[in-house]
Design a protein around this ligand. Sequence first.
Ligand code: SAM
Length: 214
Amino acid sequence: MRLRNKPWALDFINEHPEVIIPNPENFLGKWNEVFGNDNPLHIEVGTGKGQFVTGMALQNPDINYIGIELYDSVIVSALEKVLEANSPKNLRLLKVNGADLAKYFTKNDVSRVYLNFSDPWPKVRHEKRRLTSDGFLNLYESLLIDNGEVHFKTDNRGLFEFSLVNMSHYGMLLKYVSLDLHANMPEDNIMTEYEEKFSKKGQPIYRLEAQFIS
Ligand code: SAM
């Protein structure tokens, strides 16, 4: 994701605490207070400009969604999308590092983790930064419900193969694997910004659903 300097971003973010939660550590173990219900919570790590998480929230009003994005300059685009969609009640954003998820979520807080077009970090020495490496799987397992799931889409074959092997070695159950999602596009597929970009270029989109086994 190319980062553009947006000096106004921080002010805009601070003006919308109803969407981008300012102190998410306050809701560890009690996200139901934010949403006002006990519906399942699905999070997307690396939300980018927010098209996926906004589309999912509109499509599934009985599920709560949180989009997590590291950069001010990127999350402001997600904020604009959420506002354009009239701020769905079941959707919030967090401007935090996915590596710090344990500060904000504890066991059973989350029912599903979405990873979409995560940065590939192709160099072997950067393996630990991949969002499907062991450290991150361990982190997701620590905040998911029993038998919680990770759903992952990417255009990057290397990262997809790494993720399949790594999740399998970790002991996760691979429930669904597609090497060309758009060849048989599920009716309810919500495209991310990167998915649109790469599929327009004719590149296959890889997708998997993996479940932790308790
Ligand atoms: N998911 C979007 C899509 O499919 O269009 C964006 C994909 S973009 C390649 C990856 C995004 O993940 C970037 O916006 C980046 O800033 C964010 N990101 C990368 N590492 C992150 C982390 N550790 N925590 C939160 N966001 C992260």
